[in-house]
Design a binder for this molecule. Structure first.
Ligand SMILES: Cc1cc2nc3c(=O)[nH]c(=O)nc-3n(C[C@H](O)[C@H](O)[C@H](O)COP(=O)(O)O)c2cc1C
Length: 193
């Protein structure tokens, strides 16, 4: 085990006004705090208004892109919190993913999804394909909430929350394994595309 904690960034994928995403992300953050192996923080994409169009590859990055890119580059692991929009993940998330490349590479990704009856699982499966292209392995264990709003309200189904906590614990354990070994590997032998 390394001495320094691994840096885990929990990314809120939706940016719309009135979104539900922060509730799920901050709940996950609370679970992650119990894991001494991680030093975790929430990254809210709404705080990083990226340019609408991707810049030419040879042009210096805008300040906001540098700011978000630095946060991602400093991370050892990610948890991506995604809703389901029309059977996939939101454009805000794809846009943020596409702005970067090496920042994601050889770092593990945990997926947390929420939505209607399908619990955002279709969004999560699409993200697995996208992150494979970026050389970032996704953790097999999923955390998902169907009709998420009912899980989180005061009268919500506590059995469902218990299951979610158990899934997060397994997921964080798997994420920590990947993050620890990939962290060491990236230092010993920088990842080449
Ligand atoms: C544009 C749009 C499309 C949606 N499509 C789906 C869908 O295909 N399947 C589903 O289960 N829920 C769907 N929903 C419901 C969302 O998953 C739900 O509203 C969720 O709270 C959205 O996340 P957010 O509040 O963080 O933006 C959709 C919502 C929006 C705004």
């Amino acid at each position: 085990m390394n001495d320094a904690p691994l840096r885990l960034s929990i990314i809120i994928g939706s940016v719309r006004e009135g979104r539900f995403g922060p509730k799920v992300a901050h709940w996950y953050h609370d679970q992650a705090k119990a894991f001494a192996a991680f030093d975790s923080e929430v990254i809210d994409l709404a705080d990083y208004p990226l340019p609408t169009a991707l810049a030419p590859f040879d042009r210096p990055r805008d300040e906001v892109v540098v700011k978000l890119g630095t946060k991602l580059a400093e991370s050892d692991a990610f948890c991506v919190v995604t809703p389901e929009y029309n059977h996939s993940f939101p454009a805000s998330l794809k846009h943020a993913i596409d702005h970067f490349r090496g920042e994601w590479a050889a770092k593990p990704i945990a997926l947390v999804s929420y939505g209607g009856m399908a619990g955002g699982l279709r969004a999560a499966e699409h993200l697995r394909l996208v992150f494979a292209e970026l050389h970032a392995p996704t953790i097999r264990e999923m955390v998902s909430f169907h009709n998420a709003w009912s899980s989180f309200d005061a009268h919500g189904n506590s059995g469902e929350m218990d299951r979610a906590v158990s899934a997060v614990t397994t997921q964080l354990r798997q994420l920590e394994w990947w993050a620890r070994h990939l962290h060491k590997a990236r230092i010993a032998d920088p990842y080449a595309f």
